[in-house]
Design a protein around this ligand. Structure first.
Ligand code: ATP
Ligand code: MG
Length: 501
């Protein structure tokens, strides 16, 4: 349907439109200029050469013009692009590089030192070529060579891996997600149906490009022929100023960022779309945004689906509070019970996603098998759909409690409470909460040695205050005769939650 070189098609169609604009400074590139820069970069990378048929290009760069150029250059060459998280520690980065075994490792001035340190800790099975888009300060890196001739492009087939992006690692070690050009274009097309596009759109990108939310606008803008405004990092005041003065029509934000922007205040006269996702948005945040006239599109997405799965329009929040909307065009969502069978509308269960944006798999095939069924990709997220297919995300199936942005492992809290002789058994769970996202809640089976529930409650609270950080202390406590357990003995968290409803 679409070529794999999105930029070339676009540059042929509208060469004089502005493709990129730096939020701070005057740098601006038309699609023709961007196309030329990308051809040069592709030729330079190609002349470094590798012996693999599908070379792997690992990139550690901040959000900016070089990152965009490298992304399109990799697509043009038919190479695999692997954006590296530049906020990892040197040791973590070393492990990650060892896992992906890149043929080329590309840094810039800002990230060179980090990579030099990471390299010291590496046990390389394969030595990559070390390159920098700037003048390298370290002797281990060399500048990109001047391109001699045209790059030898071998375009990706639609189902080839074009991109390997790592998940955020909320539930464990981050997973390397393979994404194809087909996934990326399907996502960009579906997004346009939900958010709308006009040729004069200016999308602000202030998220890191090593996450899906930061990288997706690169593909979207190239497909649409719109302008991408690049800001190296989010900063409430600086970002508000760009929104106010730079004719921005759209921006992707995570909830914390929107909260900060509302704190400092912004007018953003042209703003039509705030794509808000990555984490649950509280009712109060959405109400504040609505009161301020900010056009928020709450979205649910993930690395594995090349960004949005479902996105709600601003007006939906009024009639269906908390929804992330219906699935995007082409995407299907099922909510399934623990046996993997779809539940009726209104029922809770794991969100399973299928459609053209869904990854062909993780780097590790075992993880792909674990997460896949005939219905699609099992997200590990708990959700519910209404009769119209509108989706609500209720949390992670995984038990980690996120309260006020802090992660709480239920086991830590349960262990502390179990120390008390008056407690026979205990389980800890996160309960949905408007203000905090989730609240820590404990269900306790008393041993019978206490005088009254009230006295035991005070004893538990006192004990927790001594033992645990403030945010880990249960805000809700219930006394029960026994805990709901499965046949294999594990606590049924869903039934436990119902105790608090
Ligand atoms: P890992 O998969 O390594 O544990 P991660 O799931 O946090 O990390 P990402 O792909 O960056 O990695 O994040 C996607 C996840 O973020 C979703 O699966 C979901 O849990 C959460 N999420 C995204 N948008 C929303 C939303 N609107 N509401 C609630 N949760 C959301
Ligand atoms: Mg995940």
């Amino acid at each position: 349907m679409f070529g794999t070189d999105l930029l070339r098609t676009r540059a042929d169609a509208t060469p004089d439109r502005i493709a990129l604009s730096a939020a701070e400074g005057d740098e601006q590139l038309t699609y023709r200029e961007l196309d030329t820069a990308v051809t040069e970069m592709a030729a330079a990378l190609d002349s470094v050469g590798t012996d693999r048929p599908d070379p792997r290009l690992a990139v550690a760069l901040p959000t900016g013009v070089p990152f965009v150029c490298v992304t399109h250059a990799a697509l043009r060459l038919g190479w695999e692009l692997i954006p590296l998280n530049t906020r990892l520690s040197e040791a973590e980065l070393a492990t990650r590089i060892d896992r992906v075994e890149p043929d080329l490792l590309l840094c810039g001035q800002e990230t060179e030192q980090l990579l030099v340190e990471a390299e010291r800790r590496r046990s390389p099975a394969r030595e990559p070529a070390y390159l920098s888009v700037d003048d390298p300060g370290s002797p281990s890196f060399r500048p990109l060579p001047s391109p001699a001739s045209k790059p030898t492009a071998t375009p990706h087939a639609p189902d080839d891996t074009a991109l390997v992006l790592f998940t955020s690692g909320t539930t464990g070690e981050p997973k390397g997600v393979r994404l194809t050009v087909g996934n990326l274009t399907a996502s960009a097309v579906a997004s346009a149906f939900r958010l709308g596009v006009t040729p004069t759109d200016r999308w602000l990108c202030c998220l890191p490009m090593y996450h899906m939310g930061g990288l997706a606008p690169v593909f979207r803008s190239a497909l649409y022929g719109t302008t991408l405004v690049l800001q190296p990092a989010f900063d409430a005041e600086a970002t508000a100023a760009v929104l106010n003065e730079d004719g921005i029509t759209g921006v992707s934000l995570v909830p914390t960022q929107l909260g900060r922007l509302l704190d400092v205040g912004f007018s953003a006269p042209e703003l039509r779309t705030v794509l808000l996702g990555g984490a649950p948005a509280s009712e109060s945040l959405l109400d504040r945004a609505a009161d301020a006239g900010v056009p928020v599109y709450p979205t649910y997405g993930m690395t594995e689906t090349a960004s949005q799965v479902a996105t709600a329009r601003p007006a939906e929040h009024r009639d269906h509070p908390g929804t992330v909307g219906q699935p995007l065009y082409g995407t299907s969502v099922a909510v399934v019970d623990p046996d993997g069978d779809p539940v009726d509308p209104g029922g809770r269960g794991e969100v399973v996603v299928s459609g053209p944006t869904v990854t062909p798999g993780y780097l590790d095939p075992e993880r792909t098998a674990e997460a896949t069924s005939s219905l699609g990709l099992h997200t590990g997220d708990l959700g519910t759909c209404d009769e119209d297919g509108r989706l609500w995300i209720l949390g992670r199936l995984d038990e980690t409690i996120i309260t006020g942005g802090e992660l709480v492992a239920p086991a830590t809290v349960a262990e502390a409470i179990r120390d008390l002789s008056a407690v026979a058994d205990v389980a800890v769970v996160g309960i949905e909460d408007e203000e905090w996202g989730e609240q820590v809640a404990a269900a306790i089976v008393p041993s019978g040695s206490h005088e009254s529930d009230r006295e035991l409650r005070e004893q538990v609270e006192r004990h927790c205050r001594e033992r645990l950080a403030d945010y880990k202390i249960p805000r809700r406590i219930r006394f029960v005769e026994s805990l709901p357990r499965t046949q294999s003995g594990t606590v049924e968290r869903e039934r436990l939650r119902e105790l608090f409803e």
